[in-house]
Design a protein around this ligand. Structure first.
Ligand SMILES: [Zn+2]
Length: 50
């Protein structure tokens, strides 16, 4: 029965999420926050504010 071993490689990726220190949005670690553009306390990407 090979199905079990095949499925083992299909397991979902671990939900790696951190909280943005600036806006509190769920962001991925070591990534710029997509919501506010902040990373490590400073804004590195300008986000268009509506
Ligand atoms: Zn943010």
């Amino acid at each position: 029965m090979r199905l079990r071993t095949r499925k083992a490689s299909h397991r979902p990726v671990a939900p790696e999420l951190a909280k943005c220190a600036q806006c509190g949005a769920a962001v991925r670690p070591h990534r710029v926050c997509p919501a506010c553009g902040y990373y490590k306390g400073r804004q590195v990407v300008s986000v268009a504010v509506a």
